[in-house]
Design a protein around this ligand. Structure first.
Ligand code: G3H
Ligand code: 13P
Ligand code: ZN
Length: 312
């Protein structure tokens, strides 16, 4: 099976009350950990590549790793550009074999966001590629751009119909209280996603797939392990998994997870070196790191996304 777009995946996810996991990939071990879990659980997958990932690992290497995962697993896998920042970046990924791109012009004024998104949609659709757009601004850090909590803003539901009809985008990322990175909410606070905003958006866009960014849950055991083995992460909490599960049962068809993968990998490698200070073969510490990613992704597929055994 070749790489697929999200069209079929999202239709089935919407109707079935589950979501597809969109996991960020930056190297071979991450691709393997994610796809081994998905294969065992027969889960459809979105593997996404950020601008930073392309700069780190190179477009061709990442594309070929994902193509290898398709061959190894036989799963329906979509290769997606995460947070495309311009028409040129999106075009380069469309021309370079991606099956889905995000154009993130959410920090621009409404009319400009529509204009840029429409241009990307026209080019993408001409090439059989689907487009995710964003309305509303999430707090947190992505590609070194930091948005403070004060500058973030929930999506305005009254804007979504005009935005989708004028741009022709295939899915829409909205801001309902999630944020990027490992430091989402202050310890001691009780995170609560704005399900009223999600509900209002869904009412206005019946059957239309909604995307949630910033959906790591920041497992406290991983943060504790990092700190136990020499790290110094200040307290932080993520998005509660039961709220993500609820969103997945509604109109949310794509849930983005990156920070939790980073935490799993880092906690495992820190622990490994604490226990084996004399080791220096990268295969020795990357093997358990890859296994930790696999375990985390399996947990997300079953307990958060609900997309196990939905691949075929
Ligand atoms: O939303 C951002 C993703 O976590 C990607 O992060 O831009 O550091 O690769 P990155
Ligand atoms: P997290 O930082 O919560 O993992 O979000 C990742 C993301 O939204 C990638 O686009
Ligand atoms: Zn994101």
């Amino acid at each position: 099976m070749p790489l697929v777009t999200t069209t079929e995946m999202f239709k089935k996810a919407y109707d079935g009350g589950y979501a597809i996991g969109a996991f960020n990939v930056n190297n071979m071990e991450i691709v393997q950990g994610i796809t081994e879990a998905a294969k065992e659980l027969e889960a459809p997958l979105i593997l996404q590549v950020s601008k930073g990932a392309r700069a780190y690992a190179n477009h061709t290497y990442l594309t070929k790793l994902v193509e290898a995962a398709v061959i190894e697993t036989g799963l329906p896998i979509c290769l997606h550009l995460d947070h495309g920042d311009s028409f040129e970046t999106c075009k380069s990924c469309i021309d370079g074999g991606f099956t889905s791109v995000m154009i993130d012009a959410s920090s621009k004024p409404f009319a400009e966001n529509i204009e840029i998104t429409k241009k990307v949609v026209e080019y993408a659709h001409d090439h059989g590629v689907v487009v995710e757009a964003e309305l509303g601004t999430l707090a947190g850090i992505e590609d070194d751009v930091k948005v403070s909590a004060e500058d973030s803003s929930y999506t305005h539901p009254e804007e979504v119909e005009e935005f989708v009809s004028k741009t022709g985008c295939d899915s829409l990322a909205i801001a309902i209280g999630t944020s990027h990175g490992a430091y989402k909410f202050k310890p001691g606070t009780k995170p609560q996603l704005r399900f009223d905003v999600l509900e209002e958006v869904s009412k206005r866009l019946p059957g239309f797939p909604i995307v949630l960014h910033g959906s790591s849950s920041v497992p406290q055991d991983l943060v504790a392990k990092i700190n136990q083995y020499g790290g110094n992460m200040p307290g932080a909490i993520g998005v509660p998994e039961d709220q993500l599960r609820q969103a997945a049962s509604l109109s949310v068809c794509k849930i983005n997870i990156d920070s939790d993968l980073r935490l799993a990998m880092t906690a495992t490698i820190r622990e490994y070196f604490a226990q084996h200070p004399d080791h220096f073969d990268p295969r020795q510490y990357l093997k358990p790191a890859r296994a930790a990613i696999k375990e985390l992704v399996a947990h997300k597929i079953v307990n958060v996304l609900g997309c196990d055994h939905k691949a075929f």
